[in-house]
Design a protein around this ligand. Structure first.
Ligand code: BGP
Length: 466
């Protein structure tokens, strides 16, 4: 059970969740700035202070064998309002950060949009508005040309969660609930923006790789009742099918359209897309260098035709999550499987099933990185100034085992980035859901390696999973 010598043993971050410095050096306003305080009651400042402490974090990476880092650029540091003039200080900051990565032997994989749309653009409809697509493409082109230290680019992080949390579940700003039309429009326009950026990257022959990061959970029917099988397919079509089809086919397959139409019919709506968008998507479909998979959990589903009814467990109080979506599906909590305090079922086999589905159904996927995987735990420092996070080690080991199995069965997987490199805040769950290799004391900003960091160091040296 060994990884190749060029396998990336990485750690993942996202600008808004770790940088802090939200008003420094000309940064513009992000849709979360006010929203977080007002609705969730916690502050994005100073987060993990990565803006000022990145040198220390990268030094830790080097010390602990972490040879890759997922970073996102904050759009509002480059174009403070999403539009207009370039903010030189923001540009300079990311040059310094990327240079430091290279100096430490920690290769950056850089995401252009990780849930942090500029406030004004989010207010005007986020990606449901095609004006945002054009502005995103402008910002992306600027970054791709400017930051030539970067060899690995991802356009978006998690189009489905970003769209559905804004417009369906209502846990991300502007917190609109149960608007299916907006949700699907947002997904589609982001997939279109991705394709436009990929085409630009390839047409202008920018060196390096470009890809996209999708959140992919396997959707299983709770039993073999045809109605429940149908529900799992509906859920799959809107969460996974749209994203994978657009990325690798350049259109939505007849199967995906069949289940999307069932969802829309069941909600008394009709579905349509601009045909010319598919021309752009088709051109990009074979040109995507890698797929980033974010995987935490899978879902079991049964048919549901009642009214929408959801509850987000953002506090880690077990058994409180609820998700029933009209004419899509109801999530069934399987009590026979382990889960986290936030009701996320732990199921590594779901990652294996997803990888093999991609390998079989989308043979032009090229290459996969596991761009996020990890477990959120309520943790405290012990008397030895560390955290004995054996639960995290077990979680990661079990997921890496299926990664190795998938590689053995023909999947081209080239790296794994733990979510998260160090502790940071979670969008809708606050600061007590910790994921990092490094414990962050949010009062002093001091970092402490957890047991998992030592385990990772050994793994990245030996490449052997035991
Ligand atoms: C992904 C996001 C990350 C991160 C992670 C953990 O969806 O890309 O930004 O937050 O999930 O999720 P959570 O913070 O909800 O626990």
């Amino acid at each position: 059970m060994k990884f190749d010598k060029d396998f990336i043993f990485g750690g993942a971050t996202a600008a808004y969740q770790c940088e802090g410095a939200i008003n420094e050096d000309g940064k513009g306003v992000v849709c979360w700035d006010k929203y977080l305080e007002e609705t969730n009651g916690y502050n994005p400042e100073p987060a993990s202070d990565f803006y000022n402490m990145y040198k220390e974090d990268l030094e830790n990476c080097e010390k602990f064998g972490i040879n890759g880092i997922r970073i996102s650029i904050a759009w509002t540091r480059i174009f403070p309002n999403g539009d207009g003039q370039v903010n030189k200080k923001g540009v300079e900051h990311y040059h310094n950060l990327f240079r430091e990565c290279i100096k430490r032997g920690v290769e950056p994989l850089v995401t252009l949009h990780h849930f942090d749309t500029p406030y004004e653009l989010n207010k005007n409809g986020d990606f449901t508005n095609k004006a945002t697509v054009d502005l995103f493409v402008r910002y992306a082109k600027f970054c791709l040309k400017e930051f030539n230290e970067v060899q690995k680019w991802a356009t978006f992080n998690e189009i489905w969660p970003w769209s559905s949390c804004q417009y369906l579940i209502g846990t991300f700003p502007p917190a609109i609930k149960y608007d299916l039309e907006k949700t699907v429009k947002c997904i589609h326009n982001m997939l279109l923006a991705h394709a436009m950026v990929v085409n630009y990257f390839k047409d202008t022959e920018i060196p390096g790789e470009i890809g996209i990061v999708h959140s992919l959970q396997t959707k299983y029917p709770i039993d073999d009742d045809p109605k429940n099988i149908d529900a799992a397919k509906r859920e799959d079509a809107i969460t996974n099918g749209m994203a994978l089809d657009a990325t690798y086919l350049g259109y939505y397959s007849p199967e995906t359209m069949k289940y999307l139409n069932k969802i829309f019919d069941g909600n008394g709506l009709s579905l349509s897309f601009d045909e010319e968008d598919f021309e752009i998507m088709k051109k990009a479909a074979g040109r995507c260098d890698f797929l980033g998979i974010n995987y935490y959990s899978s879902q079991w589903l049964r048919a549901y035709d009642g009214e929408n009814d959801t509850f987000h467990n953002g506090t880690g109080e077990r058994g409180t999550a609820k998700r029933k979506l009209k004419a899509i599906a109801e999530e069934v909590q399987r009590d026979d499987l382990p889960k986290t305090d936030w009701d996320w079922i732990i199921y590594p086999q779901g990652l294996y099933d997803m990888i093999m589905r991609i390998v079989n159904d989308y043979p032009n996927y090229n290459k996969i990185y596991i761009t996020e995987n990890g477990i959120g735990i309520k943790e405290e420092l012990n008397e030895n100034n560390t955290v004995e996070d054996t639960q995290r080690i077990d979680y990661v080991r079990d997921h890496l085992k299926v990664v190795l199995k998938a590689i053995e069965h023909g999947a081209n997987i080239k790296g794994y980035y733990l979510w998260s490199l160090m502790d940071m805040f979670s969008w809708s769950n606050g600061y007590n859901k910790r994921y990092g290799f490094f414990f962050v004391d949010f009062d002093t900003m001091k970092r402490y390696p957890k047991r998992s960091a030592y385990w990772w160091k050994e793994l990245s040296q030996t490449k052997e999973l035991i």
